[in-house]
Design a protein around this ligand. Structure first.
Ligand code: NAI
Ligand code: PYL
Ligand code: MG
Length: 259
């Protein structure tokens, strides 16, 4: 799993504010509004306990502090536990947490202790970035290009199919591409015979995964992928509407999905 770095998370509040402005510009809704469109829920006042986890590669600098800033940005009360791991979980519950947020190297979860609902960051991230792409007000058709059909991309592609979009998908892993074709009924996109799209959703851990030949003027690229899927030059040349943020949009999707 591609892990965040402390550098990815620097100035997370400014990154989230800029992403919220981009989301408002392209969809007419803010991130909270997109979550309401997705899940029908609005900001609760639940208390969120953030528990650092030391397993695997260990604690990531800025990760817990970034979650604290993100959760507060969306109007929830929250605290980061003093202790990590099991002791931290116990501390969170003892101190009144109604929702637990914690992540090891493979799973980032949100668990609502009041209603039992639980969320995984990967599908929640895929769904919200796909939803943002689907709400683009200047789209010229219902054709969407999806690049990356893994743990984030596949659920995002499934959401777009469910919303009735014509999904053209591509993944460097042919097994994953064939799985998406057979399970979701998407159309295989061939990079050798490219065409232009006004809606693009990307979810890969690689740079430059979106070829210039698919970019239309003022197209949207909605991507949680780190690093960015296109160069700054291409973004400028085609006046691309880029929605990209390292952690907050996906975390919001998790929280609103379990209220
Ligand atoms: P994954 O490894 O499950 O899926 C990535 C997919 O991209 C793989 O199937 C791989 O074959 C494909 N791929 C790689 N290079 C490609 C290329 N050049 N063209 C087409 N496909 C290519 O990873 P996962 O969990 O889906 O995460 C995807 C990215 O999203 C990672 O960078 C991860 O760090 C990031 N992420 C970001 C979040 C956020 O909130 N911004 C939240 C969760 C993940
Ligand atoms: C949730 C992020 C989005 C992209 N990759 C995912 C990642 O980096 N996961 C690992 C998170 C580890 C957190 C560490 C801590 O500081 O508590 N265990
Ligand atoms: Mg995000």
């Amino acid at each position: 799993m591609a892990l965040l770095t402390p550098e990815d998370l620097e100035n997370i509040k400014r990154q989230l504010q800029e992403a919220d402005s981009a989301v408002r510009r392209v969809t007419g809704l803010d991130i909270k509004g997109v979550c309401k469109a997705l899940y029908g829920t609005t900001s609760g006042f639940e208390t969120v306990g953030i528990v650092p986890v030391t397993s695997g590669n260990g604690i990531i600098g800025n990760f817990s502090a970034s979650l604290h800033a993100i959760v507060e940005y969306f109007g929830f009360d929250s605290f980061v536990t003093e202790l990590p791991d099991v002791s931290g979980y116990y501390e969170a519950v003892q101190n009144g947490a109604e929702i637990i947020l914690m992540a090891d190297d493979h799973t980032f979860l949100a668990h609502n202790l009041t209603n039992g609902k639980i969320a995984n960051n990967q599908p929640c991230t895929g769904m919200i970035y796909a939803e943002i792409a689907s709400l683009y007000t200047k789209a010229d058709s219902r054709d969407v290009l999806v690049v990356g059909l893994g743990k984030v991309g596949f659920p995002g592609a499934a959401h777009l199919v469910h919303k009735g979009f014509n999904v053209y998908g591509y993944d460097a892993d042919k097994n994953l591409l064939n799985k998406a074709i057979s399970k979701l009924g998407i159309t295989s996109f061939d990079p050798e015979t490219p065409r232009k799209f006004s809606i693009i959703f990307e979810a890969t851990p690689c740079a430059d995964t979106i070829p210039e030949a698919v970019l239309s003027e003022k197209c949207i690229i909605s991507t949680p992928g780190i690093p960015c899927a296109i160069s700054a030059e291409l973004q400028q040349k085609y006046d691309v509407e880029l929605v990209m943020e390292p952690l907050g949009i996906g975390t919001a999707s998790m929280l609103y999905s379990i209220l």
